[in-house]
Design a protein around this ligand. Structure first.
Ligand code: NAG
Ligand code: NAG
Ligand code: NAG
Ligand code: NAG
Length: 491
């Protein structure tokens, strides 16, 4: 391990300044250690389940293109690389139901080529180069469950301890293998549409009972389905599709259900651990999950405080502000060892669920301005465009440069597969703060291209500086108060 701190060997070009840091300004130096790496980052994404897909497809074409560019564009947009799909279980498409391709026990699996508008979104994503599609079911169809309906909780008939006694709608029949086959056929249907599914999950928030598709499960019951899914996917020749679990509402729930899955001996059949973070940002006091599998945060949106979507980046660190979301991303990667971060709904239609719906990062409208961008989008976008799939998180050591004023900086660093180094720096302070950053040891004379990108209350993901520099590059920048700055160093 070698730490580099080379304030002296600076060759600045236009943009960056080597000026002495003014008195009273907090000053931090970030030393990047490329030889110490942590988890691989799989990417960033969102979901358009519950018919939210129509919020994009219903837009007039020029605005539809704007929104797709914002989501998937790698040059001017977020370059999101993961699309989460909601596999339907409902008997119809009323309201915001996700209809099932096999809505009754007697009928055949009948694919409608739409899947509540999500096939269209997946095809758009693929057109922009998205390669990772993650399919997740909220529930089994009602006829497979103890309560005979896909909403209001209930269990899958036949999982450990459920449904085989009188008093349920199971009539002593297990639907565990049938549900697994249903999911495998769903995956196959997407593949036939040209959408390669990387992972499939059978649960969503299995700790909740709600008036929408919900199915309860503990880790032992999940294990029954996980084993059955491995058999069902294999039966259709889909062994390369990974199985994920369990989409619990929060980090401590994920910890508990994972321990049960491990006790049941089913962790080895999984490829991915998934969790939501509505109950506290990850990882809270619990630390990383006890697994060597990648862990994805597969849902987050600021719905707990009921403040609605806001365009304001920073006011008081309420959960709906972009700066708060940037801090959540930082914590997930640095202290939670998370490999991917998927927002809940990317785009919804204003007034479809609620005005200023906090479930969505952007909202569309039937007339001008046609779409509105919530501030959480900017935090996701500024991470996603630069920290590309396959990047490794690397070590960054922060030193206070002794101006006598303590800084309040959160920094994380990533090494992309193309060799570029990305440093995400949050200034969560009311003082502007000077930050130096260096990409680690480099051959002398090697030229490096450096850029900084900025989001704060006044700027939304703008190019702040760019320049070419060489010799143990150190890039210095005054970071505005309450901002997210991305340093991109290409050497
Ligand atoms: C971590 O998981 C392993 C199984 O992978 C298990 O043997 C071990 O007891 C777990 N440790 C804790 C602290 O739960
Ligand atoms: C972090 O996650 C990776 C998988 O993505 C795993 O191999 C590693 O053991 C985890 N590290 C910690 C400290 O949990
Ligand atoms: C933060 O600001 C929002 C919007 O004005 C307000 O609703 C909320 O109560 C404030 N929160 C705190 C902790 O002051
Ligand atoms: C959406 O359109 C309606 C109807 O034209 C308009 O009254 C409203 O102000 C718009 N809302 C937003 C958030 O743009």
């Amino acid at each position: 391990m070698q730490l580099l701190h080379l304030i002296i060997s600076i060759t600045f070009a236009a943009g960056f300044s080597a000026a002495a840091v003014a008195p009273g300004v907090p000053h931090v130096s970030l030393s990047i250690d490329r030889s110490t790496s942590y988890q691989t980052i799989d990417g960033f994404g969102f979901c358009e389940a519950f018919q939210r897909a129509h919020a994009i497809s219903n837009l007039p074409l020029p605005y539809q293109k704007d929104v797709l560019d914002l989501l998937f564009g790698k040059v001017h947009g977020a370059g999101f690389s993961i699309l989460r799909l909601g596999l339907g279980s409902s008997p119809d498409s009323r309201l915001d139901h996700m209809n099932s391709p096999q809505p009754d026990s007697e009928g055949a699996f009948s694919w409608d080529h739409r899947d509540s508008g999500q096939v269209w979104v997946a095809q758009q994503a693929k057109r922009y180069g998205v390669e990772m599609f993650y399919a997740d079911a909220w529930s089994a169809p009602g006829y497979m469950k103890t309560n005979g309906r896909d909403d209001q909780g209930g269990w899958l008939c036949g999982v450990s301890g459920e449904g085989m006694a009188d008093g349920t709608s199971c009539h002593g029949v297990s639907w565990v293998q049938a549900y697994a086959e249903y999911l495998a056929r769903y995956v196959q249907a997407y593949i036939q549409e040209g959408i390669p599914i990387s992972f499939v999950g059978h649960l969503n928030e299995p700790n909740l009972i709600k008036p929408y598709a919900t199915m309860q499960s503990n880790g032992y019951q999940a294990a029954d389905s996980i084993f059955a899914m491995a058999v069902a996917l294999g039966g259709l020749g889909l062994n390369s599709v990974g199985i994920s679990c369990c989409e619990g509402q929060g980090w401590s729930y994920a910890k508990n259900i994972l321990a049960e899955i491990q006790n049941a001996g089913a962790e080895g059949a999984l490829s991915l651990i998934t969790t939501h973070t509505y109950k506290g940002t990850p990882p809270g006091p619990d630390g990383p999950l006890n697994t060597t599998l990648p862990v994805w945060v597969t849902e987050i949106s600021p719905i707990m405080q009921r403040l609605g979507m806001t365009e304001t980046w920073y006011r008081n660190l309420s959960e709906n502000e972009g700066l708060t979301h940037a801090i959540n991303l930082h914590e997930a990667f640095v202290t939670g060892n998370v490999s991917a971060y998927i927002y809940w709904i990317g785009v919804g239609q204003n007034n479809m669920w609620a005005p200023n719906d906090a479930n969505t990062a952007m909202s569309t409208n039937i007339s001008a301005p046609y779409y509105t961008i919530g501030s959480t989008y900017w935090a996701s976008a500024q991470f996603s465009r630069f920290v590309r799939p396959g990047a490794k998180r690397i070590r960054v050591v922060q030193s206070d440069m002794g101006t006598g004023v303590t800084a309040n900086i959160l920094a994380s660093a990533y090494l992309n597969k193309d060799g570029s180094v990305v440093v995400q720096v949050i200034n969560n302070d009311d003082l502007d703060t000077w930050v130096d950053t260096s990409p680690g040891p480099l051959p002398s004379q090697q030229r490096c291209k450096a850029e900084t990108w900025l989001t704060d209350n006044a700027n939304k993901f703008v190019l702040y500086d760019e320049g070419t520099t060489r010799n143990g590059l150190v890039v210095g920048r005054l970071l505005p108060r309450r901002s997210l700055t991305t340093f991109v160093l290409k050497c």
